[in-house]
Design a protein around this ligand. Structure first.
Ligand SMILES: [Fe+2]
Length: 421
């Protein structure tokens, strides 16, 4: 049994020293050395990075692009399914009609302006996105009709089911989540205006921090990395990921997401400060094992600590960062998705051409963790509060035209576990 901490350890350096020693010992007990196990992962990741570099040199689009029509009809070619598995990210072309997305964008402007959001804006509510700038580009707005219509749309449900089905939802004799029911995770909006200068966001991950090594559930989720069977590590297996505790923090996401995603509400060219990922799902194995090598100080997890995003960078992960790849041009109504463990960043931009507007809507399938969070989402929805994963800004509480319970359809009610409507 590995030592584990179901809540944030009081003495972080001591806990890091203890868990690193225990993980090294467990790997050694399998008859393989940490270096040997890491070399397996390194080879796998380098092969993927070489494949990506070759595709770029060849002028190919690294990000898979799949049409919504193919997803809805169940006719996505096997070659594209294979590429999606390999790259862990995709663009869904025509997820919504372009006109629909542009209408939603205008409706959001009407909603925030009509409720005097800009006059009342109190500045960034958190440190992380706060670095983006003093004018709001991230709107802490959750309950507009536009957002809720997109979240409870059949088109969104179809894409979420398709994405969830890329994962193994049953394994170890158990069912970990329901791929055909989403838990409606409310997130914010980004509207970055024409002419904007933005420093972007550095390379990071969202799935957790030290809890990924330190809780019993995550130790099981990553068991193959630590027990000498690293070849069996499957980044698409949801085993033990959908119920365990997480260490709280301002950047924490309470739900299990198969993919993070956003829907474009404006056209965006690939060189206008857009999303990048390291499109290698297995990179997570590299990130989890790298701190166990001898060159990392005993009380350091390659910079990962609680209450901050999980950093990835050239200091410890140069093989990975070299594969960083941006999305292709997208149009309003396209959506963009990436595996929940993947390294991602937002490129800087100077004097941006056109708008950069997105609605963040992930795929967060129904599971015990997401059911628990849905109860607090339902409360926030009814009162117009900010959801508990986000700063307590509560701008919309008194906005009369926010989305109402009577406007929920079957998908929306199911996503909120709404039984009394
Ligand atoms: Fe992120």
């Amino acid at each position: 049994m590995l030592p584990h901490w179901e809540e944030t350890p009081a003495d972080l350096p001591a806990a890091i020293r203890e868990i690193k020693a225990a993980l090294r010992e467990r790997i050694a007990a399998s008859g393989r050395s940490v270096d040997e196990v890491f070399a397996v992962v390194e080879r796998r990741v380098r092969a993927a990075a070489d494949d990506i570099a070759a595709a770029k040199a060849d002028g190919q689009t690294v990000w898979p692009v799949i049409s919504y029509a193919d997803i809805a009809a169940g006719t996505v070619p096997q070659s594209q399914l294979d590429l999606l598995k390999r790259r862990g990210c995709l663009v869904v072309r025509g997820h919504f009609e372009r006109e629909q997305a542009l209408r939603w964008d205008r409706e959001i402007v009407d909603y925030v302006e009509g409720n005097h959001f800009f006059e009342n804006y109190r500045g960034p509510g958190d440190d992380f996105f706060g670095s983006v700038g003093s004018k709001p580009e991230i709107y802490p707005i959750y309950w507009s009709t536009a957002q809720m219509e997109a979240r409870q749309s059949v088109r969104m449900a179809n894409v979420q089911s398709f994405l969830n089905a890329r994962w193994k939802h049953q394994s170890e004799g158990r069912t970990w989540f329901d791929p055909d029911r989403d838990s409606l995770y409310p997130d914010r909006i980004r509207r970055r205006p024409e002419g904007a200068d933005s420093a972007g966001l550095g390379t990071h991950l969202d799935p957790g921090t030290l809890d990924l090594w330190m809780t019993a559930a995550y130790q099981k989720a990553f068991r193959h990395l630590f027990d000498g069977s690293v070849e069996q590590y499957d980044p698409w297996d949801a085993a033990y990921r959908t119920a365990g505790p997480q260490y709280p923090g301002s950047t924490m996401c309470s739900v299990f997401r198969t993919f993070q995603g956003w829907t474009a509400l404006s056209d965006m060219d690939h060189d206008q400060g857009v999303l990048h990922t390291v499109p290698i799902p297995e990179a997570m194995a590299y990130l989890m094992l790298r701190p166990l090598l001898d060159d990392v100080p005993d009380d350091d997890m390659c910079g990962v600590t609680v209450n901050q995003v999980f950093p990835a960078g050239n200091k410890w992960h140069p093989d990975l960062i070299a594969a960083l790849t941006g999305i292709p041009d997208v149009k309003a109504g396209d959506s963009v998705w990436w595996h929940c463990d993947m390294i991602h960043s937002v490129a800087p931009v100077q004097d941006q051409k056109g708008w950069g507007n997105v609605m963040y809507i992930p795929a967060a399938p129904w599971c015990p963790r997401n059911e628990t969070y849905a109860a607090s989402v339902r409360e926030a929805f009814l009162s117009g509060a900010s959801p508990s994963d986000f700063p307590a800004e509560h701008y919309e509480k008194d906005w009369p035209d926010r989305f109402q319970p009577s406007q929920l359809n079957e998908i929306g009610r199911r996503g909120l576990n709404y039984t009394s409507a």
